[in-house]
Design a protein around this ligand. Structure first.
Ligand code: ATR
Length: 274
Protein backbone atom coordinates (compact mmCIF):
# COMPACT_ATOMS: atom_id res chain seq x y z
CA UNK A 1 0.00 0.00 0.00
CA UNK A 2 1.66 3.25 -1.12
CA UNK A 3 1.23 6.18 1.24
CA UNK A 4 0.73 9.80 0.17
CA UNK A 5 0.29 12.85 2.35
CA UNK A 6 -0.76 16.45 2.38
CA UNK A 7 1.09 18.42 5.03
CA UNK A 8 0.44 21.91 6.34
CA UNK A 9 -0.60 23.85 9.41
CA UNK A 10 -3.50 24.03 9.93
CA UNK A 11 -4.53 21.05 7.81
CA UNK A 12 -7.90 19.92 9.20
CA UNK A 13 -9.78 21.83 6.49
CA UNK A 14 -7.87 20.27 3.58
CA UNK A 15 -10.05 18.49 1.02
CA UNK A 16 -7.13 17.04 -0.93
CA UNK A 17 -7.70 13.56 0.59
CA UNK A 18 -11.26 13.49 -0.83
CA UNK A 19 -9.92 13.96 -4.34
CA UNK A 20 -6.85 11.74 -4.18
CA UNK A 21 -8.53 8.83 -2.42
CA UNK A 22 -11.39 8.98 -4.94
CA UNK A 23 -8.97 8.86 -7.87
CA UNK A 24 -6.89 6.12 -6.24
CA UNK A 25 -10.04 3.97 -5.93
CA UNK A 26 -11.25 4.79 -9.45
CA UNK A 27 -7.91 3.78 -10.91
CA UNK A 28 -7.54 0.63 -8.78
CA UNK A 29 -4.33 1.87 -7.21
CA UNK A 30 -3.42 0.34 -3.88
CA UNK A 31 -2.68 3.48 -1.93
CA UNK A 32 -3.81 5.87 0.78
CA UNK A 33 -3.67 9.64 0.95
CA UNK A 34 -3.87 11.28 4.36
CA UNK A 35 -3.46 14.71 5.90
CA UNK A 36 -0.88 15.44 8.54
CA UNK A 37 -0.39 18.61 10.57
CA UNK A 38 3.30 19.42 10.81
CA UNK A 39 5.61 22.15 12.07
CA UNK A 40 8.69 23.64 10.42
CA UNK A 41 10.92 21.20 12.35
CA UNK A 42 9.19 18.28 10.60
CA UNK A 43 10.02 19.35 7.03
CA UNK A 44 13.44 17.73 6.91
CA UNK A 45 12.04 14.51 8.36
CA UNK A 46 9.33 14.52 5.70
CA UNK A 47 11.96 14.36 2.97
CA UNK A 48 13.75 11.54 4.83
CA UNK A 49 10.47 9.63 5.01
CA UNK A 50 10.16 10.02 1.25
CA UNK A 51 13.77 8.94 0.62
CA UNK A 52 13.15 5.90 2.84
CA UNK A 53 10.03 5.13 0.77
CA UNK A 54 7.81 5.22 3.82
CA UNK A 55 5.88 7.87 1.86
CA UNK A 56 5.73 7.97 -1.93
CA UNK A 57 4.74 11.59 -2.42
CA UNK A 58 3.43 14.61 -0.59
CA UNK A 59 1.49 17.76 -1.20
CA UNK A 60 2.75 20.77 0.68
CA UNK A 61 0.34 23.49 1.65
CA UNK A 62 0.19 26.69 3.69
CA UNK A 63 2.51 27.87 5.19
CA UNK A 64 5.34 25.59 3.97
CA UNK A 65 5.31 25.95 0.17
CA UNK A 66 8.41 28.11 0.24
CA UNK A 67 10.12 26.79 3.35
CA UNK A 68 10.22 23.22 2.03
CA UNK A 69 12.54 24.29 -0.81
CA UNK A 70 15.72 24.24 1.26
CA UNK A 71 15.24 20.49 1.92
CA UNK A 72 14.77 19.47 -1.74
CA UNK A 73 17.35 18.28 -4.25
CA UNK A 74 15.86 19.79 -7.40
CA UNK A 75 13.05 22.07 -8.51
CA UNK A 76 11.06 22.13 -11.73
CA UNK A 77 11.26 25.45 -13.56
CA UNK A 78 7.80 26.48 -12.34
CA UNK A 79 8.68 25.72 -8.72
CA UNK A 80 11.95 27.59 -9.09
CA UNK A 81 10.47 30.71 -10.65
CA UNK A 82 7.60 30.94 -8.17
CA UNK A 83 9.72 29.77 -5.20
CA UNK A 84 6.66 27.73 -4.32
CA UNK A 85 6.39 23.95 -4.10
CA UNK A 86 3.13 22.11 -3.55
CA UNK A 87 4.09 18.60 -4.71
CA UNK A 88 7.13 16.50 -3.95
CA UNK A 89 8.20 13.22 -5.38
CA UNK A 90 11.24 10.93 -5.46
CA UNK A 91 12.97 10.47 -8.82
CA UNK A 92 16.28 8.62 -9.13
CA UNK A 93 16.74 8.97 -5.39
CA UNK A 94 16.38 12.74 -5.58
CA UNK A 95 13.57 14.71 -3.98
CA UNK A 96 12.01 16.92 -6.64
CA UNK A 97 9.79 19.92 -5.90
CA UNK A 98 6.99 20.68 -8.34
CA UNK A 99 4.46 23.48 -8.50
CA UNK A 100 1.07 22.37 -9.85
CA UNK A 101 -0.77 25.53 -8.76
CA UNK A 102 0.42 27.30 -11.93
CA UNK A 103 -1.09 24.62 -14.17
CA UNK A 104 -4.14 24.41 -11.91
CA UNK A 105 -4.88 28.09 -12.41
CA UNK A 106 -4.14 27.95 -16.15
CA UNK A 107 -6.42 24.97 -16.73
CA UNK A 108 -9.19 26.46 -14.63
CA UNK A 109 -9.12 29.68 -16.66
CA UNK A 110 -8.99 27.75 -19.95
CA UNK A 111 -12.08 25.82 -18.88
CA UNK A 112 -14.05 29.03 -18.54
CA UNK A 113 -13.35 29.79 -22.21
CA UNK A 114 -11.98 33.22 -21.29
CA UNK A 115 -8.83 34.18 -23.21
CA UNK A 116 -6.45 36.19 -21.02
CA UNK A 117 -4.11 37.13 -23.85
CA UNK A 118 -3.51 40.88 -23.99
CA UNK A 119 -5.89 41.42 -21.10
CA UNK A 120 -5.30 43.75 -18.17
CA UNK A 121 -5.44 41.82 -14.91
CA UNK A 122 -5.92 43.29 -11.45
CA UNK A 123 -4.62 40.97 -8.72
CA UNK A 124 -5.61 41.48 -5.09
CA UNK A 125 -3.24 40.07 -2.49
CA UNK A 126 0.42 39.09 -2.27
CA UNK A 127 0.26 35.90 -0.20
CA UNK A 128 1.34 32.34 -0.88
CA UNK A 129 -0.67 31.66 -4.04
CA UNK A 130 0.10 34.93 -5.82
CA UNK A 131 3.53 34.04 -7.31
CA UNK A 132 1.86 31.04 -9.03
CA UNK A 133 -0.93 33.23 -10.36
CA UNK A 134 1.49 35.88 -11.64
CA UNK A 135 3.58 33.23 -13.38
CA UNK A 136 0.48 31.68 -15.00
CA UNK A 137 -0.75 35.12 -16.10
CA UNK A 138 2.62 35.87 -17.71
CA UNK A 139 2.52 32.46 -19.46
CA UNK A 140 -0.98 33.19 -20.70
CA UNK A 141 0.33 36.49 -22.15
CA UNK A 142 -1.66 38.95 -20.07
CA UNK A 143 -0.74 42.46 -21.20
CA UNK A 144 -0.51 44.06 -17.74
CA UNK A 145 -0.72 42.79 -14.20
CA UNK A 146 -1.71 45.38 -11.61
CA UNK A 147 -0.88 44.09 -8.16
CA UNK A 148 -2.40 45.52 -5.02
CA UNK A 149 -1.98 44.37 -1.45
CA UNK A 150 -3.09 45.84 1.86
CA UNK A 151 0.55 45.68 2.96
CA UNK A 152 2.18 47.34 -0.03
CA UNK A 153 5.74 46.18 0.60
CA UNK A 154 4.77 42.56 -0.07
CA UNK A 155 3.48 43.53 -3.52
CA UNK A 156 6.66 45.57 -4.15
CA UNK A 157 8.74 42.57 -3.18
CA UNK A 158 6.89 40.32 -5.65
CA UNK A 159 7.31 42.80 -8.47
CA UNK A 160 11.04 43.15 -7.76
CA UNK A 161 11.40 39.39 -7.47
CA UNK A 162 9.75 38.63 -10.83
CA UNK A 163 11.64 41.45 -12.51
CA UNK A 164 14.89 39.91 -11.30
CA UNK A 165 14.19 36.28 -12.30
CA UNK A 166 12.39 36.63 -15.60
CA UNK A 167 13.97 37.79 -18.83
CA UNK A 168 13.23 41.38 -19.77
CA UNK A 169 11.14 40.39 -22.78
CA UNK A 170 8.98 38.20 -20.54
CA UNK A 171 8.32 41.03 -18.12
CA UNK A 172 8.19 44.03 -20.47
CA UNK A 173 7.33 46.21 -17.51
CA UNK A 174 4.17 44.19 -17.13
CA UNK A 175 3.80 44.33 -13.38
CA UNK A 176 2.49 47.54 -11.85
CA UNK A 177 1.71 48.19 -8.18
CA UNK A 178 -1.37 50.10 -7.09
CA UNK A 179 -2.09 51.35 -3.59
CA UNK A 180 -4.72 49.30 -1.80
CA UNK A 181 -8.10 50.89 -2.57
CA UNK A 182 -6.96 52.37 -5.87
CA UNK A 183 -8.96 50.49 -8.55
CA UNK A 184 -7.48 50.59 -12.06
CA UNK A 185 -9.27 49.90 -15.35
CA UNK A 186 -9.14 46.14 -15.85
CA UNK A 187 -10.54 43.22 -17.81
CA UNK A 188 -10.11 40.65 -15.05
CA UNK A 189 -9.92 41.03 -11.27
CA UNK A 190 -8.62 38.18 -9.14
CA UNK A 191 -9.19 37.94 -5.41
CA UNK A 192 -6.16 36.11 -4.04
CA UNK A 193 -6.56 37.45 -0.51
CA UNK A 194 -8.01 35.39 2.31
CA UNK A 195 -10.95 37.80 2.56
CA UNK A 196 -14.09 35.80 1.84
CA UNK A 197 -13.12 32.58 3.60
CA UNK A 198 -15.59 33.63 6.27
CA UNK A 199 -19.05 34.10 4.81
CA UNK A 200 -19.47 37.69 6.01
CA UNK A 201 -15.97 38.85 5.02
CA UNK A 202 -16.00 41.88 2.73
CA UNK A 203 -13.16 43.58 0.86
CA UNK A 204 -13.22 47.31 1.50
CA UNK A 205 -12.97 48.05 -2.22
CA UNK A 206 -15.40 49.94 -4.43
CA UNK A 207 -15.97 48.22 -7.79
CA UNK A 208 -19.09 50.21 -8.66
CA UNK A 209 -17.33 52.18 -11.40
CA UNK A 210 -15.55 49.34 -13.21
CA UNK A 211 -18.29 48.81 -15.79
CA UNK A 212 -19.80 45.48 -16.78
CA UNK A 213 -18.74 42.35 -18.68
CA UNK A 214 -15.50 42.04 -16.73
CA UNK A 215 -14.32 38.78 -15.24
CA UNK A 216 -14.30 38.45 -11.43
CA UNK A 217 -12.28 35.43 -10.31
CA UNK A 218 -11.91 34.30 -6.69
CA UNK A 219 -9.31 31.76 -5.61
CA UNK A 220 -11.64 30.87 -2.71
CA UNK A 221 -14.16 28.10 -3.46
CA UNK A 222 -15.65 27.58 0.00
CA UNK A 223 -17.95 29.48 0.32
CA UNK A 224 -18.80 28.96 -3.35
CA UNK A 225 -19.83 32.58 -3.77
CA UNK A 226 -17.89 35.13 -1.76
CA UNK A 227 -19.17 38.69 -1.34
CA UNK A 228 -16.53 39.67 -3.91
CA UNK A 229 -18.14 37.37 -6.50
CA UNK A 230 -21.67 38.41 -5.49
CA UNK A 231 -20.67 42.03 -5.96
CA UNK A 232 -19.17 41.25 -9.38
CA UNK A 233 -22.29 39.38 -10.45
CA UNK A 234 -24.63 42.15 -9.24
CA UNK A 235 -22.64 44.59 -11.37
CA UNK A 236 -23.26 42.36 -14.45
CA UNK A 237 -19.86 40.71 -14.61
CA UNK A 238 -18.86 37.14 -15.33
CA UNK A 239 -17.68 35.23 -12.21
CA UNK A 240 -15.81 32.05 -11.32
CA UNK A 241 -14.60 30.61 -8.01
CA UNK A 242 -11.40 28.67 -7.28
CA UNK A 243 -12.87 25.17 -7.21
CA UNK A 244 -11.59 24.11 -10.62
CA UNK A 245 -8.13 25.48 -9.81
CA UNK A 246 -8.04 23.33 -6.71
CA UNK A 247 -9.19 20.24 -8.63
CA UNK A 248 -6.72 20.81 -11.47
CA UNK A 249 -3.74 21.31 -9.16
CA UNK A 250 -4.65 18.02 -7.45
CA UNK A 251 -5.05 16.29 -10.82
CA UNK A 252 -1.59 17.49 -11.87
CA UNK A 253 -0.08 16.07 -8.66
CA UNK A 254 -1.87 12.78 -9.27
CA UNK A 255 -0.41 12.67 -12.79
CA UNK A 256 3.10 13.26 -11.47
CA UNK A 257 2.84 10.44 -8.91
CA UNK A 258 0.83 7.84 -10.83
CA UNK A 259 1.39 8.76 -14.47
CA UNK A 260 -2.38 8.74 -14.96
CA UNK A 261 -4.52 11.73 -15.87
CA UNK A 262 -7.44 11.41 -13.46
CA UNK A 263 -10.98 12.02 -14.59
CA UNK A 264 -12.58 15.33 -13.65
CA UNK A 265 -16.37 15.27 -13.67
CA UNK A 266 -19.40 16.35 -11.62
CA UNK A 267 -18.85 13.55 -9.12
CA UNK A 268 -15.34 14.87 -8.43
CA UNK A 269 -16.65 18.40 -8.12
CA UNK A 270 -19.29 17.26 -5.59
CA UNK A 271 -16.58 15.79 -3.37
CA UNK A 272 -15.67 19.36 -2.49
CA UNK A 273 -19.17 20.47 -1.55
CA UNK A 274 -19.08 20.42 2.21
P1 ATR B 1 0.40 34.78 3.79
O1 ATR B 1 0.36 36.29 3.71
O2 ATR B 1 0.89 34.28 5.11
O3 ATR B 1 1.03 34.14 2.61
P2 ATR B 1 -2.10 34.14 2.66
O4 ATR B 1 -3.36 33.58 3.25
O5 ATR B 1 -1.48 33.44 1.54
O6 ATR B 1 -1.11 34.33 3.83
O7 ATR B 1 -2.35 35.65 2.20
C1 ATR B 1 -3.30 36.41 2.76
C2 ATR B 1 -3.52 37.60 1.83
O8 ATR B 1 -4.78 38.19 2.15
C3 ATR B 1 -2.48 38.69 2.01
O9 ATR B 1 -2.27 39.31 0.77
C4 ATR B 1 -3.17 39.62 3.01
O10 ATR B 1 -2.74 40.95 2.97
P3 ATR B 1 -1.55 41.44 3.91
O11 ATR B 1 -0.29 41.05 3.19
O12 ATR B 1 -1.73 42.89 4.04
O13 ATR B 1 -1.70 40.72 5.23
C5 ATR B 1 -4.58 39.55 2.50
N1 ATR B 1 -5.55 39.95 3.52
C6 ATR B 1 -5.89 39.27 4.63
N2 ATR B 1 -6.85 39.95 5.32
C7 ATR B 1 -7.11 41.08 4.60
C8 ATR B 1 -8.01 42.18 4.77
N3 ATR B 1 -8.85 42.25 5.80
N4 ATR B 1 -8.01 43.14 3.83
C9 ATR B 1 -7.19 43.07 2.76
N5 ATR B 1 -6.32 42.06 2.54
C10 ATR B 1 -6.28 41.07 3.44
Amino acid sequence: MKKYLVVGNPIAHSLSPELHNYWLRKNNIQGTYKKEEINSEDLKKLTTRIKDKEIFGANITVPFKREIISYLDELTSEAKTTQSVNTITLENNKIIGHNTDVKGFENAIKDTGYNLEEKKIFVLGAGGVVPSIIFALLKMKASVIVLSNRTRKKADYLKDYFTSVLAEDEIQKKIIINEWGDIPKFDVVINATSVGLKKDDKLNLDFSKVGKDKFFYDVIYNPAETNFLKNGKNLSNFTENGKKMFIYQAAESFKIWHNIKPEINDEVSKLLDQ
